[in-house]
Every structure is written in structure tokens, then in C-alpha cells.
Design a protein around this ligand. Structure first.
Ligand SMILES: NC(=O)c1ccc[n+]([C@@H]2O[C@H](COP(=O)([O-])OP(=O)(O)OC[C@H]3O[C@@H](n4cnc5c(N)ncnc54)[C@H](O)[C@@H]3O)[C@@H](O)[C@H]2O)c1
Length: 266
């Protein structure tokens, strides 16, 4: 029976991935700093799930997670580095603490996950897959959420470095970059600043109205994993036309435009 470790598993996409993994016959190790949320999902999933309160910004916390995962289930076949946070506001008005938190969770959280798990996966010397969650926002920068754009671009770059490093070291350990479009979740939980109040309310509305259900999203993710895909983009319409337009802008040295939801910033 395969085992998946999922960070950010107490809510939204992570919880959806956990439910889908169990539905597919896997065991899951649920990792999140939100203990109450974690326990709720773990209870729902029963014996197939192990909940481990984890802070991805702490290496020691991830090491403890790995120790518990291997002690409980003996193996890890999939690692979802999925925990993430989002802050809104003008880039120069967002506090240093908020900027640091975005880097610590969205980027270092993944690096910490890799530091903990890659040596163990290499030692196990068996097939495995690491799935790092970026965003369509990792290809399409947005105003009023610059820490998110910057860190998700970093995740795209980091993951491409990783796949090429592992391809030479041990090709059994596969890598995927997951780029969600809008998915119903609590990602916009942080209160907006005055400057981003309208943007924040439009984005939460857009998520509520047009976001994919997290369970349906997770189903599409596992289908892509089954196909062995590196680029997992379950909502290609949310990325492809805009990325093509952005690439043209760069090629033509034209001025950047915000293509996602221009009404949100005008
Ligand atoms: N929902 C979307 O529309 C969307 C779109 C693109 C990308 N994403 C990405 O998907 C991932 C999951 O987000 P979501 O939408 O489910 O949001 P969410 O807020 O519902 O879930 C994120 C989870 O991460 C956890 N988390 C935050 N900091 C943590 C830490 N330091 N240690 C451990 N856990 C921590 C939170 O407690 C929460 O349970 C994130 O990386 C997010 O950036 C989401």
C-alpha cells in the first residue's frame, strides 16, 4: 500500500489530496500546523491516516514528521510539499514579517521538506514522487500579492532544479510541479490591508464563484500523477492563454500588463 505525506493537509487542496489518496487505497501522513483542522480530517479518514502537527518552516519539525511517517508506515511513496500562505497589499507596504513568512512557508518550507525527505528517499532506493505546489501565479505575476508571486516563481525555479538533480542521481525519484488555478480553500484567510481590500474581496469572490472544489481538483491531480506528468496543471485554461500572452510581451519587450483580473486593480 502506497504512502503519501502531505503538508498543508488540514485545509483546502491538501485536505482534498489526502481524501483522494485514501480513496485510491493509499495511506496518508497529514502534516499541518493547524492541529484542530488536522484532527478533523484525520478522524474522517480513519486508520489510513496519521496526523502529525508540523511547522514546515522548522527543519526539526519536518525531521520529526519523517521519523513518525516511516515509523508508522515503513515507507514514503509520495511527498506533497503543499503548505502555503498568501498576503495581499502593495509590495512596499507589506511588513517585513509578512514578507519573511511568505518566503519561510512557501519556499523554505519546500526546501526543508526536500532536506528531510530526499536523503531518505535516496536511501530507500525505490520509486517515489515529490510534488511541489506552486500556482498559476508562479508563471503570471500579480499586483497586490507580490510575496505570493515572488515565492511561487521561486517554487517553479526550485522544482526545475530539483527534477534535473534527481534525474541524474536516481531517476526512480520523480518530481512534479503542481500549478493550481482557483480552488475553493481558505488561502485568502489573511485580512487585507486598506490598499488591497477591494482586490481581496474580488479574489475571494472569484474563488467562491469559480474555484474548483478541492476534492475534484485532487482527483485531477492524481490522474496527472498516474500519467507521470511533471507539469500538473489541472486548469489549463487558467494558465495557457495568459502565459502565451505574457511570453509574447517579454519577447516583444512590451510593457507588462495585469491579465488575470484587470478590473480588480483599476
Ligand atoms: N486555492 C487556490 O486557489 C490556490 C491556487 C494556486 C495555488 N494554491 C496553493 O495551494 C497550496 C494549498 O493552499 P490552499 O488553497 O489549500 O490554502 P489553505 O489555506 O486552505 O491551506 C493551506 C494549509 O497550509 C497550512 N500551513 C500554512 N503555514 C504552514 C506551516 N508553516 N506549516 C505547516 N502548515 C502550514 C495551513 O494551516 C493550511 O491548512 C498553497 O501552496 C497555495 O499557495 C492554491
Amino acid at each position: 500500500m502506497k504512502v503519501a505525506v502531505i503538508t498543508g493537509a488540514a485545509s483546502g487542496i491538501g485536505a482534498g489530496l489526502a481524501k483522494q489518496a485514501v480513496a485510491l487505497g493509499m495511506k496518508v501522513v497529514l502534516a499541518d500546523r493547524d492541529q484542530a483542522g488536522l484532527e478533523k480530517i484525520a478522524q474522517e479518514l480513519g486508520d489510513q491516516a496519521l496526523a502529525v502537527v508540523t511547522d514546515v518552516t522548522s527543519q526539526a519539525s519536518l525531521d520529526a514528521l519523517a521519523d513518525k511517517a516511516y515509523a508508522a508506515f515503513g515507507q514514503v511513496d509520495m511527498l506533497f510539499n503543499n503548505a502555503g500562505v498568501l498576503t495581499t497589499g502593495n509590495c512596499w507596504e507589506i511588513s517585513d514579517a509578512q514578507w519573511q513568512k511568505s518566503w519561510q512557508v512557501n519556499v523554505n518550507g519546500i526546501v526543508n521538506g526536500l532536506r528531510t525527505f530526499v536523503p531518505r528517499l535516496l536511501k530507500a532506493d525505490r520509486p517515489a514522487r515529490i510534488i511541489n505546489t506552486a500556482s498559476v501565479g508562479g508563471f503570471l505575476p500579480s499586483p497586490l500579492m507580490s510575496p505570493y508571486s515572488a515565492t511561487k516563481f521561486a517554487v517553479v525555479a526550485l522544482t526545475e532544479s530539483l527534477v534535473n538533480e534527481l534525474a541524474t542521481l536516481n531517476p526512480q525519484i520523480k518530481v512534479s510541479l503542481l500549478a493550481p488555478g482557483p480552488v475553493k480553500s481558505a488561502i485568502f484567510r489573511e485580512a487585507p490591508s486598506e490598499a488591497s481590500a477591494q482586490f481581496h474581496s474580488l479574489m475571494t469572490h472569484m474563488l467562491d464563484e469559480n474555484g474548483l472544489d478541492a476534492d475534484e481538483f485532487a482527483r485531477l491531480v492524481f490522474e496527472a500523477i498516474n500519467r507521470g506528468e511533471y507539469w500538473i496543471v489541472p486548469q489549463p485554461k487558467m494558465l495557457d492563454p495568459l502565459l502565451e500572452a505574457r511570453n509574447k510581451i517579454i519577447a516583444n519587450r512590451a510593457n507588462p500588463v495585469f491579465a488575470w483580473a484587470p478590473e480588480a486593480v483599476n
